[in-house]
Design a protein around this ligand. Structure first.
Ligand SMILES: [Zn+2]
Length: 89
């Protein structure tokens, strides 16, 4: 594969996990693939969910992908000038 997958960054209030509702096999954290789903090539098939929601109805594979995507995002330096958001007690 010569081309790299591109993404739209999406920062929603609560729904950080974007799942393809067409194939239910792809999930991304705070971003959606463009121009279409890399698995089923559906366009505008992604909907946002919380991790709890994904855990509620997702397959083990999908949940594992969601967790891995979040960990990967957390491990990388934030893109552009986005400031890290930390909650305080
Ligand atoms: Zn898909």
């Amino acid at each position: 594969m010569a081309s790299t997958q591109s993404f739209w960054p999406v920062y929603h209030c609560d729904d950080d996990f974007w799942v393809c509702m067409s194939c239910l096999g792809e999930v991304f954290y705070q971003k959606v693939p463009m121009p279409d789903c890399p698995s089923c090539h559906g366009v505008s098939t992604y909907e946002g969910f919380t991790l709890d929601a994904v855990r509620d109805w997702g397959t083990e594979e999908l949940i594992a992908k969601a967790v891995a995507a979040q960990q990967a995002a957390a491990a990388q330096p934030t893109v552009e000038s986005a400031a890290p958001v930390e909650t305080t007690d």
